[in-house]
Design a protein around this ligand. Sequence first.
Ligand code: PMP
Length: 421
Amino acid sequence: MTASTRTHLSPALKQATPIVVDHGKGSWIIGTDGRKYLDFTTGIGVTSTGHCHPRVVEAAREQVGKIIHAQYTTVMHQPLLALTDKLGEVLPAGLDSVFYANSGSEAVEASIRLARMATGRPNIIAFHGGFHGRTVAAASLTTAGTKFRSGFSPIMGGVHIAPFPYAFRYGWDMDTAVAFALKELDYLLMTMSSPADTAAFIIEPVLGDGGYLPTPPEFLEGLRERADTHGIVLIVDEVQAGVGRTGKFWGHQHSTITPDIVITAKGLASGFPISAIAASTELMGKAWPGSQGGTYGGNAVAAAAGVATLDVVCEEGLVDNAAAQGRVLLDGLLALKSEHSAIGDARGLGLMQALEFVDSAGNPDAAAALRVQQGAIDEGLLLLTCGALGNVVRIIPALIVSDDEMRQGLDALSRTLKNVL
Ligand code: PMP
């Protein structure tokens, strides 16, 4: 990239690295300068099967030669039918109706539209630290940092934010944090948004941009109970946690619940833009024809890549690999935590893991997280920060990550921490 190109890109894009990529292969990114980086960012949890998995490349290449854009409300196309069949094999039983869009944010919007149409109720309850996207409605559900909201208000109304059981932040054990958050949710339902006005709860199985905080199963189960009691739609936003990333196919499968709506995107097509919401036929039937749609939604090439991605994830055992490598990763992170007092917490599920940094007084230390993320680049390791307060480094390898790559990643992280803390 030339200097002049850079000046013409909007400053609204915040660059995490100065790297210009030439190509990617598996867990690796190769810059135009010829340097090779172990990519533990996967395009923010997108390239689930690694960069340019041969089966995904082949499926997309073949589809490009057949038809690129077959608008799904005009003519249906085979890749979308095939993807819907494949998703039917992995979605929770009963969620057999699917609507497609392009991005996570659009799918979140579609889920909100559906919940409101189905219940005739206006309000949505989201959880503190959640990230659901950047469109105005999705941003109104997002509290993973003021940068996602500041300066472009008013955002969508009818949204209430309830506490998330962030045990580390409160300095509590998880049981206390869950009991507190459920109690506050009940209080909110009694004082701000009565059940009769509440269309949906929306929650991530692991808070993503908000800090890689696994949602405790007991909390999801508490939401399910309240949703059943009051006829509230339970939407689980699996945009970042779904498609094997947490070591189960869906993040909510670490609990006993079945959501009313599952939202998926990111890892679904290894980098091609496609997203979906899935619900029961009965619930989806509450959306009348024409109420959902979009020019590019369910694109044929993206859908073909989605079919290949699901084939690879299932046939190559990538969910089990994510669980196994996730255990190695978490063990490695816990070992690093015992060496560095600046690491307040090491946590995650599967290949969605994080380190939370604190200063000597135990307060969030965003500067330390940034030093680690930036310092890792010199060690050939790509990481991202996250957290509502910016003090978390997240580690998001591809689901194909090997033993050797995981060891190299942990070694590079260890060297980085020694260099910058
Ligand atoms: N929901 C979650 C849980 C996400 O992590 C994201 C993206 N980080 C979104 C929604 C929004 O997705 P997109 O950027 O594709 O609009």
